[in-house]
Design a protein around this ligand. Structure first.
Ligand SMILES: CC(=O)SCCNC(=O)CCNC(=O)[C@H](O)C(C)(C)COP(=O)(O)OP(=O)(O)OC[C@H]1O[C@@H](n2cnc3c(N)ncnc32)[C@H](O)[C@@H]1OP(=O)(O)O
Ligand SMILES: CC(C)C(=O)C(=O)O
Ligand SMILES: [Mg+2]
Length: 511
């Protein structure tokens, strides 16, 4: 059995420190409920001294969590901060005060303006003071990632001796390389007496895009708590993303000697919730929860995934609440993906028939970013219409219109004797001009009784589907449909389709 790695969520504290991501108490409670569904071990609910609202959030989350999770509140190494945290945590069944101080030369010299000795003294004092209120006291050594190894040992030794139950080693500025950060954790494990009796935590930032790697390096070297946020929300470039570190442990648990108790099926829901509450969008290519994390749009990958999912996916999307892998049809898709999607839509196709649809699909896909199911249905129907009735086929259509031009259309049709004919006409609008030019070639008596156009999918590049009804002299009505990215072309195709059906019908009756 591997070690249990505690997941300490700080979405509501460090995550919320991200510009634009602040949450009110009600919103924090909604997120806290989702964190409980995820089964996190610790919820860092806020920084009570910072505002009455944050104090209230910590108080209400303490009541909400009951004994399902530890609730933690942040403080500086300042007594009034600790008083406030203790007060806000009064109703928590499992309260933890998280106190600490900067330990790097930069933080001590330039921010706190204290000496190393003063830093150690304040670290001891804040832990001892917090211990008066709660048993569970977590100490953070801010900017530990840029601290001197031996000074860090000295501070951590002092707070362990003072009664800290958890020691948090943050890479506050996301400065470290994973190997170096791992070495730092190992150095503490090897040099602090009694460290085996406390929980060693890592809290990493993403300034170099390595927060997850840093956290896992920490785990590999002895840490048993990881501090993280949903979607990697947090100061500047963010914190370690919970979904990444947990799935990293799921994939490499044996190697890293660690597992978590997180209900990973709640990840997507959590991601969407935090994104909608904070208004911080998740990039499409974000690991685990991004819109493209389980989407495949290139033919070779699609073929592989359709044969066996794990050829291109290391995680089962169902395990993180995503449902299923997505096959996105684009101009990079191949026959395998197209055939698969057609089958899902109820069309069984192979051989030449599939090749024909594939060719039409590629023509459409080159014009559109993505070919949707509705586009595909429209495309297949278009193929079927062309197969079934071929008295006339549209070869080309060109229009010129605008102000103050007269709408003019030039249409070329091929008939069933394989002859091409071209006609040019003007009309009240471009469609009228196209239909007059078609009539000049087809010479079929009819009246256009209905014309309607609708977009098959969304977006400016959507297919437009046109439906027309024409009435023959004997009163019989024929429907025609056409679809294309250009609605003038759809209009021409729909009209020709209706006339073809009319001609087909009359020919059959004559026989
Ligand atoms: C790495 C992190 O994420 S740390 C957490 C960051 N989060 C926040 O800062 C959000 C909440 N913060 C706040 O609401 C406010 O900054 C407060 C209430 C904490 C303090 O407000 P103010 O008293 O107005 O101080 P201000 O914000 O201007 O400056 C911070 C002070 O805390 C000191 N300080 C910073 N960290 C610590 C610490 N860990 N322990 C003791 N003092 C600290 C600074 O040196 C500075 O002191 P100075 O005024 O004597 O120079
Ligand atoms: C307050 C501490 C834990 C912190 O957020 C950091 O050092 O990044
Ligand atoms: Mg932080």
């Amino acid at each position: 059995m591997t070690r249990k790695i505690n997941i300490f969520d700080t979405t509501l504290r460090d995550g919320e420190q991200s510009p634009g991501a602040s949450m009110n108490t009600e919103e924090k409670l909604v997120v806290a409920r989702q964190l409980l569904r995820l089964n996190v071990d610790v919820i860092e609910a806020g920084f009570p001294i910072s505002s009455p609202g944050d104090f209230e959030s910590v108080r209400r989350i303490s009541e909400l969590a009951g004994d399902k999770a530890t609730v933690c509140a942040l403080t500086r190494a300042v007594e009034k901060d600790i008083d406030s945290a203790a007060d806000a945590l009064k109703y928590a069944k499992r309260p933890r005060i998280h106190t600490g101080i900067g330990v790097s030369p930069s933080h001590m010299r330039d921010k706190l303006r204290i000496t190393e000795d003063e830093c150690v003294e304040r670290a001891i004092k804040c832990v001892k003071y917090a211990k008066k209120f709660v048993e569970d006291v977590q100490f953070y050594a801010e900017d530990a990632g840029r601290s001197d190894f031996d000074f860090l040992v000295r501070v951590i030794q002092a707070v362990v001796d003072a009664g800290a139950t958890v020691v948090n080693i943050p890479d506050t500025t996301g400065y470290s390389l994973p190997e170096d950060f791992g070495r730092r954790i190992k150095y503490l494990m090897d040099n602090v007496n009694g460290i085996e009796n406390v929980t060693v935590s890592v809290h990493c930032h993403n300034d170099l895009g390595m927060a997850t790697a840093l956290s896992l390096a920490g785990v590999r070297n002895g840490a048993t708590q990881v501090e993280c946020t949903i979607n990697g929300l947090g100061e500047r470039a963010g914190n370690t993303a919970m979904e990444e570190v947990v799935m990293g442990l799921r994939m490499h648990g044996e190697d890293l000697d660690g597992h978590t108790d997180i209900n990973t099926r709640e990840f997507l829901k959590a991601s969407r919730l935090v994104s909608s509450i904070t208004g911080m969008n998740v990039q499409a290519n974000k690991a685990i929860v991004g819109a493209n994390a389980f989407a495949h749009s290139s033919g070779i990958h699609q073929d592989g995934v359709l044969k066996k999912r794990d050829t291109y996916e290391i995680i089962d999307p169902a395990d993180v609440g995503v449902g299923a892998s997505q096959i996105v049809l684009t101009a990079r898709s191949g026959h395998a993906a197209l055939k698969h999607r057609l089958e899902e839509l109820g069309y069984e196709m192979d051989g030449e028939e599939l090749d024909r649809v594939y060719e039409a699909f590629l023509n459409l896909a080159d014009k559109k970013k993505e070919v949707y199911d509705e586009d595909l249905e429209s495309l297949v129907n278009e193929q079927e219409r062309n197969d079934e009735t071929a008295a006339f086929v549209l070869e080309s259509v060109q229009i010129s219109c605008g102000f103050p031009l007269k709408p003019t259309a030039t249409v070329t049709l091929r008939n069933d004797a394989d002859q091409s004919q071209t006609a040019c006409e003007w009309g009240t609008g471009p469609v009228d001009a196209v239909y007059k030019a078609c009539n000049k070639i087809m010479q079929v008596d009819n009246e256009l009784s209905e014309f309607s156009v609708q977009s098959v999918t969304r977006g400016i590049d959507a297919l437009g589907e046109v439906t027309v009804r024409v009435t023959a002299p004997d009163g019989e009505v024929y429907t025609g449909r056409g679809s294309d990215g250009d609605i003038i072309v759809s209009s021409a195709k729909a009209y020709i389709n209706a006339i073809n059906r009319l001609l087909n019908d009359k020919r059959q009756h004559r026989r």
